[in-house]
Design a binder for this molecule. Sequence first.
Ligand code: COA
Length: 167
Amino acid sequence: MSETQNADEVIRKLEERNTSDETRFQPVLSRAQEKIQAIVSTQPLISKEDADFRIDRLDLTSTYFQSGAFALWAGILRPQTFPSLMGEQFAGVIKNLRIPKDLRGSGIGKQIVQAWESTLSAHGIKSFLATNIKDEEAIQFWRRQGYGIPEDEGYKKIPYYMMKKND
Ligand SMILES: CC(C)(COP(=O)(O)OP(=O)(O)OC[C@H]1O[C@@H](n2cnc3c(N)ncnc32)[C@H](O)[C@@H]1OP(=O)(O)O)[C@@H](O)C(=O)NCCC(=O)NCCS
C-alpha cells in the first residue's frame, strides 16, 4: 500500500462514527472547547479567528486552517477498526495539532493535549490516538506526552499514528 493510500485509509477509519454518540459527547466536547480556548485565546500570536472553534458532530475543530497558524482538529471515535485498541469503547483522537512556528517549544501543545485528555478522562475515555504525524519532531513531542507507535500495525510510515492508554 502506498503512503498516500495509507493516509486515506487512516482518515476513512476515523470518519466511521456512530451518530447516536453525539448527544452523549456534546457536553464533553463543549468542556474541552472551553478549556482549550482559554489556553489559546491568551496567546497574542494566535488570532481571534484561529482561536475560535466549532463542534461538528463528534469533532472539535478550530475555525481556520491557515499555513503557519494555529490549528486543532480533535474528536471522539469508536476505535474498533484499530486492532491495538480492540475492547476500548471510545477513544479521543487528535487528528491535527499545529502550533504557530514562533510559539513552538513554549508549552502550548502540551497544555492543549493535557486539557483534551483530562476532559475526556473525566468522562471515562481512557484511550487516545494522535494521527497525521508527519515528521520526527512531532513524533518526539507525542512521545513526551506518553504516546507510542503501535508495533503490531501497518501504519508505520508517514503519516504515523500514535497511541496512549491511561489506566
Ligand atoms: C508538534 C507540536 C504540536 C508541538 O507543540 P509545542 O507547543 O511546540 O510543544 P510544547 O512546547 O508543548 O512541548 C511539550 C514537550 O514536548 C517536547 N518537544 C516538543 N517538540 C519537540 C521536538 N521537536 N523534539 C523533542 N521534544 C520536543 C518539549 O521539549 C516539551 O517537553 P517537556 O514536557 O519536557 O517540557 C508543534 O511543534 C507543531 O505544531 N508541529 C507542526 C505540526 C505537526 O506536525 N503536528 C503534529 C500532527 S498531530
